[in-house]
Design a protein. Structure first.
Length: 78
């Protein structure tokens, strides 16, 4: 797992690049942002009517699902 793999997964799943290492997706439920760091990523889930959820994982601790599937550490459809 590395930053390029996370970035490719994000683009395949409808995230738009909004900065050097940031990707964001808007839908009816809210906004999800992925900030890619050097050895980890931060996922910010801002759903309407809920408090934002923050989750950080090291690349070595995560396996990427196929396109269209959620990251295992925080399902996108909750």
């Amino acid at each position: 797992m590395n930053a390029d793999m996370i970035a490719a997964w994000a683009v395949e799943n409808g995230f738009l690049r909004v900065g050097l290492s940031n990707y964001r997706r808007h839908d009816n439920a809210g906004v999800i942002t992925i900030e890619i760091k050097r050895l980890s990523y931060l996922l910010i889930d801002e759903r309407q009517g809920s408090r934002p959820r923050l989750l950080s994982r090291l690349f070595k601790d995560v396996s990427l699902p196929r396109a269209g599937e959620s990251l295992q550490v925080l399902p996108l459809n909750q």
